[in-house]
Design a protein around this ligand. Structure first.
Ligand SMILES: Cc1ncc(COP(=O)(O)O)c(C=O)c1O
Length: 466
């Protein structure tokens, strides 16, 4: 029996898959020879492959188009991008180039909208859905934008107190949405989300505060299930409740025309993802459920909005590392020490137990062994040793040729937003360099641009007052 890394992968998974391929014993992703990139730029390296962002937007559109055509659904589908998953300009520009709308979460996101407008990347016709808790500064900035003529901005009420702020500051009429507080998963610390307005209060609140006010047009009902769009009893139960409420509210509120089903479209967190998740099936079920519920209530089918964050940008990101040391701490536990901290580059790993596809870039024909991957900080939690299915992490054995290189993939969403980009880092370990990879529109040739060099110690020492 063969005992090489390459054999393990072929025995356990469909491979090649999802942009990953093995060519000349090294891994390529979306046609990028990752070892060639490492030889040119070194590690640790954060890589962003820009075209994947647009591809994801088009994939989602095609699933909804197919589901809507099959079920003769009368509403339209609109793709919005959840900016907080990655605010980088190259991400926003790619998203806007693909005609997506935006969903924002804080007062400071409004500055970003203004910048994009001034650089002519965004016009006043773009819909901007404003979610999140509205501090006074956030409502003021939203109102300012609307007064400047961004009439397609939709503040989504997170609390019953919010509307008053707009009535005092916005000139003329404006649109709003209401977001429903979902019930959390049974194993979460609280029962009901702290965000948003309770299910039971929505219709009464509409009558008390909105129905009689000529200036306010309620156009959208919004909900977001934090655990994501999953084929579980819990998800479908929450989805059904929201759709029922949409129909009940629609009968009272003729201006209501959109349902926003939030973010949460998952992306592969391991090589076995495709065996367990069928995007088209999930989208068709959602569209079907909406269609059937609207028919039962006799209300028109709403436009469907999504605001996918991780789905849009996650698969564009990769973190490439080198193994710089090996330790055997007892007869079962071998460690591969890598040249960065996993806590600071992939904070979701220790924060929420997130898993990412983790694959070697070279040495696929070496014998395979079970390893723990250790980060460079002195923190006990700075390690990675389990795949998403609970399996141990396996890697090729080291040899005396060039170092083994490892990639953590699909990490393009949230990681910098959580750990910071530059700034101070745990144990003063510098942030990796950041490489943008794009394709020339005409020739399809790969283009490389170093967005940021590896963080310099001087920058950290400056912040610290040295
Ligand atoms: C209201 C809302 N919409 C969209 C998202 C994006 O979620 P995801 O990145 O899982 O698509 C979030 C994430 O927390 C959210 O809170």
């Amino acid at each position: 029996m063969q005992n090489r890394y390459v054999d393990l992968i072929h025995q356990a998974f469909e491979f090649p898959q999802n942009g990953f391929e093995l060519k000349n014993d090294t891994l390529t992703l979306y046609g990028i020879d990752l070892m060639a990139v490492v030889r040119e730029y070194g590690t640790p390296l954060r890589l962003s492959y820009v075209p994947k962002i647009g591809e994801q937007i088009e994939r989602a559109r095609s699933w909804f188009a197919e589901a809507m055509a099959q079920q003769q659904y009368q509403g339209q589908y609109h793709y919005a991008y959840c900016t907080k998953s990655s605010h980088f300009r190259f991400v926003m520009e790619e998203v806007l180039d693909h005609g997506a709308h935006l969903e924002i979460s804080s007062a400071y996101d409004v500055d970003l909208i203004e910048r994009l407008y001034l650089s002519k990347k965004l016009d006043k016709d773009r819909v901007v859905i404003c979610n999140g808790f509205k501090s006074p500064i956030y409502t003021q900035r939203i109102a300012k934008l609307i007064n400047l003529g961004f009439r397609r901005i939709v503040p989504v009420l997170d609390s019953k107190d919010e509307l008053g702020a707009y009535l005092h500051t916005i000139i003329g009429s404006f649109q709003i949405g209401i977001r429903i507080a979902s019930e959390e998963q049974p194993d979460f610390a609280v029962y009901t989300s702290r965000l948003d307005i309770r299910y039971a209060d929505v219709v009464d609140y509409y009558h008390e505060a909105i129905a009689g006010d000529q200036r306010v047009e309620l156009v959208m009902l919004h909900f977001f299930i934090n655990s994501g769009i999953q084929d579980t009893m819990y998800y479908w139960n929450e989805f059904r409740k929201a759709v029922e409420l949409y129909c009940v509210l629609r009968k009272e509120c003729p201006t209501l025309r959109a349902i926003d089903i939030g973010g949460g479209m998952p992306i592969p967190d391991g090589l076995d993802f495709a065996e367990g998740y069928d995007y088209q099936y999930m989208v068709s079920e959602m569209v079907g459920l909406l269609s059937e519920t609207c028919r039962r209530h006799g209300v028109p089918e709403p436009d469907i909005w999504t605001e996918f964050g991780k789905f849009t940008v996650g698969e564009s990101g990769a973190l490439l590392l080198s193994v710089v040391g090996e330790k055997q701490q007892n007869d079962r536990e071998a460690w591969y020490m890598v040249d960065s901290s996993l806590m600071t580059t992939l904070p979701d790993v220790y924060g929420i137990g997130q898993r990412f596809p983790c694959l070697p870039l070279n040495k696929w024909h070496n014998p395979v062994k079970r390893v723990n991957i250790g980060g460079q900080s002195c923190d006990q939690a700075d390690y990675y040793n389990q795949e998403v299915n609970g399996q141990d992490v396996h890697m090729p054995e080291l040899d005396y040729a060039e170092p083994l290189c490892i990639g953590f993939f699909h990490m393009g969403a949230y990681q910098e937003a959580l750990s910071g980009y530059g700034g101070l880092k745990h144990c003063l370990l510098p942030a990796p360099k950041h490489l943008l990879v794009d394709r020339d529109a005409a020739s399809g040739e790969l283009q490389f641009q170093l967005l940021a060099p590896e963080q310099a110690p001087e920058g950290m020492l400056d912040i610290l007052g040295y």
